[in-house]
Design a protein around this ligand. Structure first.
Ligand code: GLA
Length: 384
């Protein structure tokens, strides 16, 4: 990412220069809405993210300049404030400060300028990138990197829960902090064990298509989580030992079906289905069997659309178009309700698919979707 503008604006605003840090957004191959259910996910960091320049100012004040915010790009708060700033974007930074302090980090005031190239609302975790970059930078500056990377990811997650109203899982912040170039990460969200999987599918590309329908996770996301928790509580009462849907199976779920609404039942069932799909994808990846990977991606999409109900007509249309073009796999990525589809496409048909998707989508919805070809990059870091 070119940081020239960032540097110039920082100097203009604060009259000094500081250190540069970067944290990426993420993709996720498969394993959607499984993280807060104790399941597996398969994310990777991308080469797009959030960059900041930051400098200790020797006071208790935090002065933030967000280059990409049109309204209210400048916000100040103090580390002693107990209520969060009015500007939503600044709540992410405020939350990270508060959560780091809970970890015993003695913060001092700082000036920071922020910019990014992850499209907001595209399901690529621009907010996790923002949390992670501040968690990483402040931990480096004020705690000699004493807080470990798992805790940094959890600090980002706690920020979402406590300051931004989204009861998210750990996937996005984990991927942003732990990303490694060229690798996807298989993460067990129950134990937090993880493994890097070099991902370089010969003859295929990963392409994102942004429906340009802006998603913002909030109530609808939290409601999905509550549905899962209801099913868990019933199964736990019946069978014991069910802490998350990871511990459940179809037979248990069917036993409590009568006590669940149809909606809650279908959501819980989707999570059980997705659990099996992620394992099938792991096995397929070991054999370089990308056709099976792709088939599972489609199954995930239709599960998310019909049972988990987090898709929308625009995303369904993009996936149907992919299916018609013979794309290997396609599905909505991330929390849903808009954002991108992730597509596993054979090199030979990639161009044709992308131009058809653009054309047909524009014709139907009057918007030209943005296309991003995925490069898997490194996680949070200080820039030179
Ligand atoms: C959002 C959340 C993640 C995860 C995904 C769905 O990105 O932040 O924790 O739940 O949705 O897989």
């Amino acid at each position: 990412m070119d940081t020239t503008i960032l540097r110039n604006r920082f100097r203009q605003q604060f009259g000094t220069s500081g250190d540069l840090y970067f944290s990426p957004g993420r993709i996720n191959l498969i394993g959607e809405h499984t993280d807060y259910n104790g399941g597996f996910v398969f994310p990777g960091a991308v080469d797009k993210g959030v960059a900041i320049e930051i400098y200790r100012n020797g006071s208790r004040k935090v002065c933030l300049l967000a280059l990409d915010q049109k309204e209210h790009p400048y916000v100040e708060f103090t580390l002693d404030d107990t209520s969060k700033p009015e500007e939503h974007w600044a709540c992410y930074v405020f939350g990270v400060c508060k959560e780091l302090e809970k970890h015993g980090v003695a913060l001092g005031g700082f000036n920071a300028a922020i910019t990014g190239d992850v499209p907001a609302g595209a399901g690529m975790s621009s907010s996790a990138a923002l949390e992670s970059v501040f968690a990483f930078a402040l931990n480096t500056m004020f705690a000699d990197s004493r807080v470990d990377k798992f805790e940094l990811a959890k600090i980002g997650q706690a920020t979402e829960h406590n300051y931004c109203g989204v009861k998210c899982g750990i996937m996005d912040q984990f991927a942003s902090v732990f990303g490694r170039e060229g690798c996807l990460i298989r993460l067990d969200c129950r134990s937090l064990e993880y493994e890097y999987f070099p991902f370089n599918p010969d003859g295929y590309k990963l392409v994102l298509i942004n429906s340009m329908v802006k998603h913002s996770l909030g109530n609808e996301y939290n409601e999905r989580r509550e549905s899962c928790e209801k099913a868990v509580a019933l199964m736990n009462r019946e069978f014991g030992g069910v802490e998350t849907l990871r511990d459940a199976n179809y037979q248990m779920l069917d036993t409590v079906k009568g006590d669940l609404s149809d909606e809650d039942y279908r959501r819980a069932k989707y999570v059980l289905d997705e659990k099996e799909r992620v394992l099938a994808v792991c096995a397929a990846l070991e054999k370089n069997d990308y056709e099976t990977v792709g088939k599972k991606m489609y199954e995930t999409h239709w599960g998310l659309s019909r049972d988990y109900t987090v898709s929308c007509p625009e995303l369904d249309f993009l996936v149907e178009t992919a299916q018609e073009c013979g794309v290997t796999g396609s599905r909505v990525m991330g929390g849903g309700f808009g954002g991108c589809t992730i597509n596993l496409v054979r090199d030979t048909i990639c161009e044709k698919f992308v131009s058809k998707a653009k054309r047909e989508y524009a014709r139907k919805f009057g918007i030209v979707p943005e296309i991003y070809s995925v490069t898997i990059g490194d996680g949070s870091r200080k820039l030179q």
